[in-house]
Design a protein around this ligand. Structure first.
Ligand code: HEM
Length: 109
C-alpha cells in the first residue's frame, strides 16, 4: 500500500485527519493505513473513500489520478474510466449490508 498517498487522501474531506488503523492497533506502523475497498459494484456505493468525503464516481476517479498517479485526467479519460467502473456492477453478495465481525477487543467505540 502507498501510505503517503493515503495520507493525502486522509486530508481531503474530513475536518480532522483520520489516523487509520493505528487508532485501533496503537501501532505507529499502522499510521494512515486504511482498508482499500473492492471496486466491484463501486458505482452503487457512494460516498467514496474511508471518510465518505467524495460524493461522485467521476470526482473519486479524478482524486485517484491526482493523488495516486500524479496525473490530471481529461474529462474524456474520466468518462471512460467511469464507464469501465460501471461495468463492474453486478449482483450484490448476500452479506453486502451485514455489519462486519470485528476482532474481539479490536475496536471500542
Ligand atoms: C485510474 C486508476 C484508479 C482508479 C480508477 C481508482 C479508483 C478508486 C475508487 C473509485 C476508490 C474509492 C472506492 C470506495 O470508496 O468505495 C479508490 C480507493 C482507493 N484507491 Fe484507487 N483508483 C486508482 C488508482 C489507485 C492507485 C494507483 C492506488 C495506489 C497506489 C490506489 C489506492 C487506493 C486507496 C488506498 C483507496 C482507499 C482510500 C481511502 O479509503 O481513503 N488507487 N480508488
Amino acid at each position: 500500500m502507498n501510505r503517503i498517498a493515503v495520507i493525502l487522501i486522509a486530508s481531503l474531506g474530513s475536518p480532522t485527519i483520520d489516523k487509520g488503523r493505528s487508532d485501533v492497533t496503537k501501532d505507529d506502523g499502522d499510521l494512515y493505513v486504511f482498508k482499500v475497498s473492492s471496486l466491484r459494484n463501486v458505482a452503487m456505493t457512494p460516498p467514496y473513500f474511508h471518510d465518505g468525503s467524495i460524493a461522485t464516481l467521476p470526482e473519486a476517479v479524478k482524486v485517484m489520478g491526482r493523488v495516486q498517479l500524479g496525473k490530471a485526467f481529461s474529462d474524456g479519460d474520466v468518462s471512460k474510466i467511469v464507464a469501465f467502473l460501471k461495468s463492474l456492477t453486478g449482483p450484490l453478495p448476500k452479506n453486502f449490508a451485514e455489519v462486519p465481525q470485528l476482532p474481539p477487543g479490536g475496536f471500542k467505540p
